[in-house]
Design a protein around this ligand. Structure first.
Ligand code: ZN
Length: 199
């Protein structure tokens, strides 16, 4: 049986391990998770909890950011774009590029200062793009690490700008997830090119 995740660190690390598994499965166009995926998740979770792995070095964002086109990360719109802080500044998010994505005016104003997952649960089906979840979780892990509060029971960390109850305990099947809209377009194009030529 899995150990109950009672501390802030355990909850955040479990989500990050789920994210790592989901990214791997989505990247390979798997429709569901395999035994290998679950093994990878367990390895990530253990490494993060015992400190032998770090969120920063496990999944790097810089190359992803260089490739992303100028479009709303949430809906794909290409007009009326502005910088959105994935974790709002008054919810503990940093002001740096690590926390910034392009968002259209409509998404930006409907999200406002809400928690990413809270907003998504009201407005949309499925889960936010995995890249955005990655940005969110890194911000959260960084916040609680620098505040030295990873060991606290997460249900008691209510005096922080984060509300950890919104973070999903399990991720959807990879067929229902995407890394970014741009990446899923590219993947579909590649699949069509691979299967459709020769005639
Ligand atoms: Zn949008």
């Amino acid at each position: 049986m899995e150990k109950k995740r009672s501390t802030v660190g355990e909850r955040l690390h479990w989500a990050y391990a789920n994210l790592g598994m989901a990214e791997m499965a989505v990247h390979k166009s798997s429709s569901k998770y395999s035994t290998l995926h679950f093994m990878v998740r367990a390895k990530f979770n253990k490494g993060l909890n015992d400190g032998t792995m770090s969120p920063r070095t496990m999944m790097k964002d810089q190359k992803v950011r260089m490739k992303l086109p100028m479009e709303c990360i949430y809906c794909g719109a290409s007009e009326n774009l502005a910088i959105d802080h994935v974790v709002p500044r008054n919810r503990g998010g940093t002001d740096g590029g690590d926390n910034a994505v392009w968002a259209c005016r409509s998404c930006n104003s409907s999200k406002s200062d809400q928690d990413l997952f809270e907003w998504w649960s009201k407005k949309r089906i499925g889960m936010p793009p995995l890249f955005v979840i990655r940005v969110y979780l890194k911000q959260a892990i960084e916040y609680f690490t620098s505040a030295a509060r990873l060991e606290e029971p997460w249900t008691e960390a209510t005096d922080t700008p984060y509300d950890l109850k919104w973070i999903p305990e399990e991720f959807l099947a990879p067929s229902e997830l995407h890394f970014t809209l741009y990446h899923s377009r590219r993947q579909k194009e590649a699949e069509q090119d691979g299967g459709g030529n020769g005639g």
